[in-house]
Design a protein around this ligand. Structure first.
Ligand code: TYD
Length: 133
């Protein structure tokens, strides 16, 4: 079972020209990408997330601004990740409860391994934790 971790992509370019970063299956992405979504204009005081996924693998980028992730695994272990650079991705395997906070200008880009399925969501924290005991 893999753990959440930061994937550092290459920044191809220079300060003069600007940069490009690439996420590509089997090169630097551990799953095939079936869906991409992004969130924006999230007010500073709003915390999003509050769910886990049963099967979904994700890699998440702050393409702009700064985003803080608090992840909790089914054993109750908490880890905090800060995304503050567009070439840094956060890989999140299935079964991690997340709460997310955003800086004013943050744009969150998510690469996801499955199409949207509302049945894949776990929205009750107690059943998320207790199911593993
Ligand atoms: P949700 O995943 O619940 O976001 P958050 O937990 O951060 O609030 O999604 C918010 C809404 O967007 C919800 O009504 C479902 C819809 N949605 C889709 O229709 N397709 C998608 O791929 C995603 C991610 C969300």
């Amino acid at each position: 079972e893999s753990k959440p971790h930061i994937i550092d992509l290459k920044s191809i370019g220079s300060p003069d020209l600007g940069y490009i970063s690439v996420a590509q299956y089997q090169d630097n992405m551990p799953f095939e990408i079936k869906r991409v979504y992004w969130t924006y204009y999230t007010p500073n005081q709003v915390t999003r997330g509050h769910h886990a996924h049963k099967e979904l693998h994700q890699c998440i980028f702050a393409v702009s601004g700064k985003i803080e992730f608090e992840l909790i695994n089914q054993q109750g272990k908490k880890t905090i990740f800060i995304l503050d650079s567009p070439e840094k991705g956060l890989y999140i395997p299935p079964l991690h409860w997340r709460t997310i906070n955003f800086s004013h200008s943050a744009v969150l880009l998510c690469l996801a391994s499955e199409v949207y399925l509302k049945e894949d969501y776990i929205r009750d924290f107690d059943s998320f934790i207790n199911n593993s005991k």
